[in-house]
Write a protein that binds this ligand. Structure first.
Ligand SMILES: Nc1ncnc2c1ncn2[C@@H]1O[C@H](COP(=O)(O)OP(=O)(O)OP(=O)(O)O)[C@@H](O)[C@H]1O
Length: 300
């Protein structure tokens, strides 16, 4: 029970939030939507969870048509919106019971599905949701999104504003959840999380740039990429930016990621140029593009 989208478009007045979006998420797949703020991720989630109607295009979720079968979609999907979705004045336990009740089920009936996640916040079950840490809110929101045993789970930036340890734990949880057969569509602006998905779609300005597995998506990087290092990073980046043959220059950890506009680029030419610019200890070596490099290049 996956997801299919065919030429979905949506505008808010003059703003084209989504433009001709087509892709499939296979049943049981963990699929990532990767893009910066304003790329259109939330709009896409709201359409797929039947909270917004697209201007154009058709889509199915868990085998149901977005418009015709919207009630079935609502009963069969779990949605964890990016903005906090819980009732702040209700306790952990009350929030969970509330979500179970509106879906016509009970916490006891489906406890097995959330047990792994819920046991971590159960000791605080009488605490109001408004008083929880980011990581605890996130676990509660996920428990609430799962309590009616959905076939498809939508997670909109679930780790934004969450500390690195909780982020890591969250992704371990998602992987375990995936083993139960649920289809997961998750959005994130973090490229390290993209690498943990089965497949990813890179999205910007409402358009899909590329879709592939994290391993294969970097093969879409169109040029040889180089790590460049020298004694003074500030001078290095300035000099590279002024080099007439530069195609792209991005700081990347202890290196600058550099591509050249020429087909017959010889790194020795660049080295000579940089040494003329008074840079010492210049090192240039080829490197493998990351998902972030690929995104930056395709988004140009
Ligand atoms: N209700 C609205 N009215 C007008 N414009 C909107 C509305 N909602 C979103 N937009 C615009 O549509 C575009 C896509 O927004 P959307 O929220 O879907 O992106 P996003 O990738 O989820 O980003 P973010 O993480 O910032 O929410 C943006 O340019 C945004 O400003």
């Amino acid at each position: 029970m996956g997801i299919t989208l065919d030429k979905i478009s949506k505008s808010y007045g003059k703003i084209k939030a989504l433009s001709n979006i087509s892709f499939n998420v296979k049943p049981g797949e963990l699929f990532g939507l990767i893009g910066p703020d304003g790329a259109g991720k939330t709009t896409l989630f709201r359409i797929l969870t039947t909270l917004l109607i697209p201007d154009e295009g058709v889509a199915t979720v868990a085998g149901y048509d977005l418009v015709k079968d919207y009630k079935n979609i609502r009963n069969n999907v779990g949605y964890m919106p990016g903005k906090f979705s819980l009732y702040q004045d209700l306790t952990i336990e009350e929030n969970l019971h509330f979500f179970a009740t509106i879906f016509g089920t009970t916490v006891e009936e489906n406890y097995q599905i959330i047990k792994d996640i819920y046991v971590q916040i159960e000791p605080f079950k009488h605490r109001r949701a408004g008083k929880l840490s980011g990581g605890m809110k996130q676990k509660l929101a996920l428990s609430c999104a799962l309590i009616h045993k959905p076939k498809v789970l939508f997670l909109d930036e679930p780790t934004t504003g969450v500390d690195p340890v909780s982020r890591k734990e969250f992704w371990e949880m998602l992987k375990r959840l995936q083993q139960t057969g649920i289809t997961i569509l998750v959005s994130t602006p973090y490229m390290d999380e993209a690498a943990l998905c089965d497949r990813i779609a890179l999205i910007q300005h409402g358009k899909i740039l590329e879709i592939d597995s994290p391993k294969m998506i970097v093969k879409h990087y169109p040029k040889p990429l180089y790590n460049v290092k020298a004694h003074n990073m500030y001078l290095l980046i300035n000099s590279l930016n002024h080099y007439e043959h530069k195609h792209s220059v991005y700081p990347f950890g202890e290196f600058i990621h550099y591509t050249d506009s020429r087909k017959d680029f010889n790194p020795d030419d660049l080295k000579n140029y940089l040494e003329h610019e008074n840079l010492f200890h210049v090192e240039i070596e080829t490197t493998t593009p990351t998902i972030e490099d690929t995104f930056m290049e395709l988004a140009k």
